[in-house]
Design a protein around this ligand. Sequence first.
Ligand code: NAD
Length: 351
Amino acid sequence: MTLRFLVTGGAGFIGSAVVRKLIGEHEHAVCVVDKLTYAGNLASLAPVSGSNRYRFERADIGDGERMKAIFADFEPDIVMHLAAESHVDRSIDGPAAFIETNVVGSFTLLQEALRHFRSLTGERRARFRFHHVSTDEVFGSLGPEGLFREDSAYQPNSPYSASKAASDHLVRAWHHTYGLPVVMTNCSNNYGPYHFPEKLIPLMIINALEGKPLPVYGNGLNVRDWLYVDDHAEALITVATAGKTGESYNIGGHNERTNLEVVKTICAILDELRPDPKGSRERLITHVDDRPGHDARYAIDAGKIGRELGWAPKETFETGLRRTVAWYLANPRWWGDIRSGVYRGERLGAA
Ligand code: NAD
């Protein structure tokens, strides 16, 4: 069945992967709503922008009047809410934008989604969903053992994770209080093509290619659970279309790695695919001051989405990382435009 998806943040890293899938691999119609902040990039949507099932609205989710008009005009069946300020380091330097977009913007969007839902009848009303896309960082930091489950306590530590936790709570409340049909997901760290080069993996790939230092925070032993972005996009579409209303699902790839392991693996793949006459890129690894309040470990128990909705990731960390490095090697134009413009690789969030 062809559904109408309103995707907020669709010009971002994960949103654009979702939109490329919805248009390229499914028959659905998509309206992207994106403010095009520094992180939004229409070049990431170029593969699908010629489709007659795709449209783009440049708008701020915090602009209630615009949201109202877009809902009335596009009449979505499913809202996938990804628009957010997403970088922990930036949230340390400037938390206000995170409260504006992630908390107040999500509230405004919820109000307009509810207004739209209340106007629906029959089958359109029965199939309407608001899907809130969130992060495992809301659960705080783990010790060496244990996994985040859907019922883990919320303990956000950074301004970013606190703002995402706040939006998760608003979404839950709009379901319980107003009956808005919502589904929620909390995912581990993503990586893959079209990833903005302020984030660990693309920053390391590009710096290594340019022979620049590879800045590892602290001792490099912080652990993240990595998921290839297309696997996340598939999981999101599965939850948006088949998830049980009112439920949340954890998404993760069972790929725990220390930051140092991640950087060393990138060096090894690059050394193989594009050898450096000066020797292994590991020589470029430089330890820098740690991120303030740096969470030690995140790891996801993704059992529920596997058992109940049949989702499993297709990529291992090794296959996904190889694909990612190959994509950055093949697409210097995409990241070159960013590196010469809005973000040149400087340290953020040292507080
Ligand atoms: P991103 O920063 O790459 O993209 C965010 C997009 O939202 C950008 O296109 C930006 O222009 C847009 N945007 C920002 N503020 C907006 C506003 N006020 N109105 C409209 N559009 C706005 O982020 P991402 O990595 O693609 O993450 C997408 C979502 O997934 C976020 O909600 C994030 O919290 C969540 N998430 C990310 C990860 C990860 O590893 N990247 C993991 C789990 C969950």
